[in-house]
Design a protein around this ligand. Structure first.
Ligand code: PAF
Length: 288
């Protein structure tokens, strides 16, 4: 496994590999790897000859009062896990490499429409930070395919739109959310939960499931369903941010006649913000 800290070195290394005809799959991460990230790497290995994983905690996607300073940094453990999966290249740039003149001076990539709803409404600037860094990382690595977890579904949809709008010619693949046995979506932020909060946390997933089951049974009173879920989460000790049913194509609020939708949820337990979603095809009631 080759560990490369500079984008210039990575570009040169990959140019040589690509000249030999190899295809490249890319998995961008912010480190603190869990089973969800590892499944992205395993899926990446099935899709190309060479797998590149980046580990970069992107300051531009954290708001002023968010957890940039305390975000878990576990590079040694991450590298061990990636080595165990025979990852080919790990890219570990520093802030200066990605933002040479500082974060504020950097060109910003904004994906319209998908950016300011759901998590974007509660975390102003977050998705501009995501699209900007992902665009830059994709331009550095220039992979054939890049893989992202479906847990961050809004992020995945926004990246797909960016890559399509900017004709970047990269296949973007979403991989199913990895869950703990009790249903909690795996996330680096789960590590912030106290034992008591960890016991309560899967209730977010269960609420999304309740909404999904009600829709599968034919209910289309989306606002009522979401309102009921919010009430139950509040009673269970969460501070809900939103439970919403939206169209997957453009994240507009779902209407009864829509088919490809997702139920999105975000709620805090103490200071830890959890997100999750369930995708659903209303024409067949199938879900994932
Ligand atoms: O999902 C993440 O870990 C990050 O948002 C990403 C895609 C690596 C960009 O920093």
């Amino acid at each position: 496994m080759k560990i490369i800290g500079s984008s210039a070195e990575l570009t040169a290394h990959l140019a040589e590999i690509k000249a030999g005809g190899a295809t490249v799959a890319f998995v961008p991460t912010m480190g603190n790897l869990h089973a969800g990230h590892l499944s992205l790497v395993q899926q990446a290995k099935l899709r190309a000859n060479i797998v590149v994983v980046s580990i970069f905690i992107n300051p531009k996607q954290f708001g002023a009062n968010e957890d940039l300073a305390s975000y878990p940094r576990t590079l040694d453990e991450d590298l061990k896990q990636l080595d165990g999966l025979q990852t080919d290249v790990v890219f570990t740039p520093n802030d200066k490499d990605i933002y040479p003149e500082g974060v504020q001076s950097h060109t910003v990539v904004t994906v319209p429409e998908l950016t300011n709803v759901l998590c974007g409404a509660s975390r102003p600037g977050h998705f501009d930070g995501v699209s900007t860094v992902v665009c830059k990382l994709l331009n550095i690595v220039r992979p054939d395919v890049a893989l992202f977890g479906e847990k961050d579904l809004q992020q995945l949809l926004l990246i797909k739109k960016m890559v399509c709008d900017l004709a970047m010619g990269i296949e973007i693949v979403g991989i199913a959310t990895a869950r703990a046995d009790d249903g909690l979506a795996l996330s680096s932020r789960n590590g912030y939960l106290s034992a008591d909060q960890r016991t309560k946390a899967p209730e977010l997933y269960r609420e999304l499931e309740r909404v999904r089951e009600a829709m599968a049974a034919g209910r289309r009173d989306f606002d009522t369903l979401c309102g009921e879920a919010i009430q139950r989460l509040t009673k269970a000790g969460f501070k809900p941010d939103y439970i919403e049913i939206r169209r997957r194509s453009d994240l507009a609020s779902a209407q009864a006649e829509d088919t490809e939708v997702a139920i999105f949820g975000a709620a805090s337990l103490g200071s830890t913000r959890l997100i999750d979603n369930r995708q659903m095809d209303l024409s067949t009631a199938s879900a994932r």
